[in-house]
Design a binder for this molecule. Structure first.
Ligand SMILES: C[S@@+](CC[C@H](N)C(=O)[O-])C[C@H]1O[C@@H](n2cnc3c(N)ncnc32)[C@H](O)[C@@H]1O
Length: 278
């Protein structure tokens, strides 16, 4: 991956390989990589289990975030699964305190599982999503709470309609990013898809030395998705966030080239010369 990047102290890197070599070492240097993940989780272990905490002090973006995700998700579900009452199951990755599950996923999915490595976040999620604290019907509930980091997680085969990955994939090194998505593909039902909602660097990448995460550029993400063997079905930009924040994109990824729900192929625009029919 050739990309010019920098870290949160302003240090510049020639490319991502140079940064990864320093941060996680070379193949076979397992200790260094473990240290990267230990520091990442260690950072979040000292963060308050609240909306403001998991949003890095920007709890105020919660509403705009959920609103945009919801508008997008609604159209995706209809286009992909039709409007018939299908039993829907989602996985919330790097779920934190269950913010996305509570405000969004549980309203559309009958079952939601959460995977999160920081135990006090997951405990808060369990409490936030308990029936007495989460006014959702009996047919919409949080089911499994897995306390595992994504680089070690393999989802149950064929369980999920949607795997939602938001504001957490930057914690994973490139090789673990790729192997996570490769394993996670097996977790999708036929026609299922991933939504990846993440901060986007203008160029290359930005390494955050505090929480050991990396913000990748759009091009960087696209190269990694390609290496995962995933197709980008749709992309949408998040609007309405404070100007000082990174831009945010939602990528919808499928295993196969997307077909419409009626089975027809998307009509392609043809740019070759053609006779004007009068
Ligand atoms: C910015 S918070 C976002 C939480 C949640 N996705 C949300 O949008 O409210 C980042 C989350 O990633 C989790 N995280 C850190 N390292 C991780 C890893 N290796 N695998 C999965 N999640 C991780 C953190 O514990 C934290 O809950």
């Amino acid at each position: 991956m050739e990309a010019v990047g920098s870290d949160s102290d302003g240090r510049e890197f020639k490319n991502a390989n140079e940064m990864w070599k320093e941060e996680i070492g070379e193949e076979g240097e397992a200790d260094k990589k473990q240290e990267w993940y230990r520091k990442g989780v260690g950072y979040w272990e000292n963060v308050e289990a609240s909306v403001d905490g998991v949003l890095g002090g920007y709890g105020l973006v919660n509403e705009a975030d959920v609103r945009s995700s919801e508008a997008f998700l609604k159209t995706l579900l209809v286009e992909r699964f039709g409007s018939a009452g299908r039993h829907l199951v989602a996985l919330d990755c790097g779920s934190g305190i269950g913010r996305v599950t509570k405000n969004l996923l549980l309203r559309y999915f009958n079952e939601v599982d959460l995977v999160e490595p920081v135990s006090h976040f997951l405990e808060a999620a369990r409490e936030n999503l308990a029936p007495e604290n989460c006014m959702i019907s009996d047919t919409h509930k949080a089911v499994n709470f897995y306390c595992v980091p994504l680089q070690e997680f393999s989802p149950e085969v064929g369980r999920y309609d949607v795997i939602w990955v938001q504001w957490c994939i930057g914690q994973l090194a490139d090789d673990d990013f790729i192997s996570f998505f490769k394993r996670a593909k097996a977790g999708l039902k036929p026609n299922g898809f991933f939504v990846v909602k993440e901060n986007i660097a203008k160029n290359g990448f930005v390494l955050d030395k505090d929480d050991r995460s990396i913000t990748r550029s759009d091009l960087y993400f696209k190269e990694l998705f390609n290496q995962c063997g995933l197709h980008i079905w749709k992309i949408k930009d998040q609007k309405g966030f404070p100007k000082e924040l990174f831009g945010v994109k939602m990528y919808v990824l499928t295993i196969d080239l997307p077909k419409r729900v009626d089975g027809s192929r998307k009509k392609m625009k043809s740019y070759k010369p053609a006779v004007i029919k009068s």
